[in-house]
Design a protein around this ligand. Structure first.
Ligand code: DGI
Ligand code: FE
Ligand code: FE
Ligand code: FE
Length: 187
């Protein structure tokens, strides 16, 4: 699928603000893919569709998680986590993208998982560092991303976990697994 067709499809699913974020993720993901030797076209499409399900009603996402036998522990955790696996499902069924590398990059863009693929890492990181993001510590992660993808990702996970701890929020097991897997990989 060409970029323009993909952008036209996703724009209808998003707010203007989220669409601008998506463009930022796309441009960042393409640069990271070129730099670290990932498939640039897959990075572009995964980035364009990564937040496809962001504005689906919670009830619809819940229904899909149950009907499609997704990990149902998701339902006990923050609903912010749901749009990633539900997005992978809807991008396959509504948009017709079948490529499992792209679908996994969408599926794991919020929690990550142990032993992430290069493409999964690039989408997770692009989502975190795209130019519109202003979290505390994001500039440090942007600097690390210029030289070391795994170090940048480790710092992003540390920041995310710290942010959740400060807000007394539960931490989804895959988020911890991502951190553990990365910290062992960078050693
Ligand atoms: O969809 P975006 O806003 O672009 O970004 P995202 O898909 O990375 O979602 C980030 C949100 O997900 C943010 O509000 C924090 C939340 N989140 C990420 N990991 C966890 C989590 N929330 C909980 N409770 N537990 C997690 O492990
Ligand atoms: Fe997201
Ligand atoms: Fe993210
Ligand atoms: Fe996003």
């Amino acid at each position: 699928m060409e970029r323009q067709e993909a952008l036209t499809i996703v724009k209808k699913q998003l707010t203007e603000h989220r669409y601008q974020h998506t463009i930022g993720v796309m441009e960042t993901a393409i640069k990271l893919a070129e730099q670290y030797g990932a498939d640039v076209k897959k990075a572009e499409l995964a980035a364009i569709f990564h937040d496809y399900a962001k504005y689906r009603p919670k009830e619809e996402m819940k229904r899909i998680i149950l009907e499609q036998n997704m990990p149902n522990d998701l339902l006990s955790y923050n609903a912010e986590l749901w749009h990633a696996p539900v997005g992978a499902y809807l991008v396959k069924t509504e948009v017709g993208i079948e490529d499992e590398d792209i679908l996994n990059a969408i599926r794991y863009h919020t929690s990550g998982r142990a032993n992430m693929t290069l493409l999964e890492k690039i989408i997770y990181l692009a989502d975190y560092i795209e130019p519109g993001r202003i979290f505390p510590g994001v500039d440090e992660v942007r600097d690390l991303a210029k030289h070391d993808l795994n170090k940048a990702l480790t710092k992003a996970l540390q920041n995310t976990i710290q942010f959740l701890l400060k807000k007394d929020q539960p931490i989804y097991p895959d988020t911890i697994h991502t951190y553990n897997s990365l910290i062992m990989e960078v050693k």
